[in-house]
Design a binder for this molecule. Structure first.
Ligand SMILES: Cc1cc2nc3c(=O)[nH]c(=O)nc-3n(C[C@H](O)[C@H](O)[C@H](O)COP(=O)(O)OP(=O)(O)OC[C@H]3O[C@@H](n4cnc5c(N)ncnc54)[C@H](O)[C@@H]3O)c2cc1C
Length: 386
């Protein structure tokens, strides 16, 4: 085992141990009640896992994205739902690379200590959808403040976060050369803004994801909360998005491995026609296929994380990692449900919950079609289709 593998192995063991103290009944109950798993998020924060990407000088453990990916994969592999907290890791892609020293000193030590949560990422808007450059939320500079107006949708965990990274237009689309220019990223102190220009409305969904709509009306924030340079926000968000895709890919690998393990155990134990169902090739081949797809996708996640950690461009790999892993987890979820026959539908087997949860990653943070569009255009140099 290499030193790197050894470190990741230790991380996985520690995370698995923490997750084991949250039994499946905890996840069933939070899912049933659509309740935020505060206890789990607090335990992860106290153990330092949610600040693992924050450099040591700001109170974190300064681990690599590969290590953060191992943490999230292990969470999912335990049967838990890590969506409650993954944003604190992927927002670091933007924060660590583009926030000023003063901003890092102000926020990162508190995030590392668990005094502040940075769990909200406000990009998607109802009318823009995947076409991020069409966002309508505006931020207008007025002296030492920005005044923000607009609406975001699917801003997950907004009710459980102190801070939000927000993307807004600072120059109208028709006044910029490239449509991705003229957008800026801001750190919004949501607790201070709530009721003073910021309103949050939860959206009930098929999964327990604490997602919301966010309304911004003449919200004033200090100009010092601008991240990096005005107008360059799309580029900064992309850095966060690559990290996000890799981390979500890792979560999908964890899901896929959970489904494969669960199906294998059941196929060995369940006897029909006087023998284990797993003795039938019609049952074992889909499990073997799902395993193979997950392990192949895991290699791409690893490769993308390695490129990201060495500061190299990783757009194609991050997109491929997310897509291959999301397809593998969905394939494994479908296989696991089929392997369990009718029992797969019963809440107490946890499969139906994980099946619903892992389905999200065909759509968020970017839908499968758009990953294909990206690869077709930017890697294969086919004509842009949209
Ligand atoms: C539970 C949940 C949590 C989320 N959390 C967050 C969050 O925290 N922060 C945030 O900013 N966003 C979040 N999102 C938003 C998510 O990133 C978007 O839903 C996703 O990017 C797709 O955008 P859309 O829903 O507007 O779909 P649309 O852009 O309207 O697309 C609809 C469908 O059309 C397809 N499509 C669109 N254009 C094309 C094209 N040119 N070619 C081929 N197919 C096309 C898409 O692939 C998709 O299948 C979340 C979404 C969900 C459901």
């Amino acid at each position: 085992m290499s030193a790197r593998e050894h470190d990741l192995h230790e991380i996985r063991e520690a995370v698995a141990k923490l997750c084991a103290s949250f039994p499946m009944e905890y996840w069933r109950e939070t899912d049933r009640e659509r309740r935020y798993p505060t206890e789990f998020v607090t335990a992860l924060t106290r153990a330092g896992w949610l600040s693992c990407l924050i450099p040591e000088e700001y109170g974190g453990s300064g681990l690599t994205l590969a290590a953060a990916a191992a943490v999230l994969e292990e969470i999912q592999k335990s049967g838990a739902n890590g969506a409650a907290c993954h944003a604190q890791m992927y927002t670091m892609g933007t924060v660590l690379r583009h926030c000023s020293e003063a901003q890092k000193k102000k926020y990162l030590p508190k995030i590392a200590k668990g005094e502040l949560r940075l769990q909200a990422f406000g990009v998607t808007e109802p009318s823009a959808g995947t076409d991020t450059s069409s966002i309508r939320t505006t931020a207008v500079r007025k002296g030492d403040r920005y005044v923000i107006n607009g609406q975001k949708v699917w801003t997950s965990r907004a009710e459980h976060s102190d801070l939000m990274l927000l993307l807004a237009r600072t120059t109208p689309r028709e006044q910029v050369q490239k449509k991705t220019d003229g957008m800026s990223v801001f750190i919004v102190d949501m607790k201070a803004a709530l009721g003073k220009g910021l309103a949050i409305r939860p959206i009930r969904t098929m999964i327990n994801h604490a997602t919301t709509e966010v309304f911004l009306e003449d919200l004033e924030i200090p100009a010092e909360n601008l991240v990096g340079e005005e107008g360059q926000g799309f580029r900064y968000i992309i850095d966060g998005m690559n990290a996000e895709r890799i981390l979500i890919g890792a979560e999908c690998i964890g899901d896929a491995r959970w489904f494969v393990a669960k199906a294998t155990a059941y196929a060995n134990e369940r006897k029909v026609f006087g023998r284990p169902i797993g003795q039938n090739q019609g049952v074992q081949f889909p499990i073997a296929r799902a395993h193979m797809a997950a392990e192949a996708a895991a290699l791409m996640v690893e490769r993308a994380a390695g490129l990201y950690d060495s500061g190299k461009p990783c757009g194609p790999e991050a997109n491929m990692a997310k897509q291959l892993a999301a397809e593998a987890s969905w394939q494994a979820g479908d296989m696991c449900l089929q392997t369990h026959g009718g029992f797969g539908f019963a809440e107490e087997y946890d499969i139906e919950r994980k099946f619903r949860e892992t389905r999200l990653y065909q759509i968020a943070p970017i839908s499968t079609n758009l990953v294909l569009c990206y690869l077709a255009e930017h890697v294969l140099h086919l004509p842009r289709s949209y």
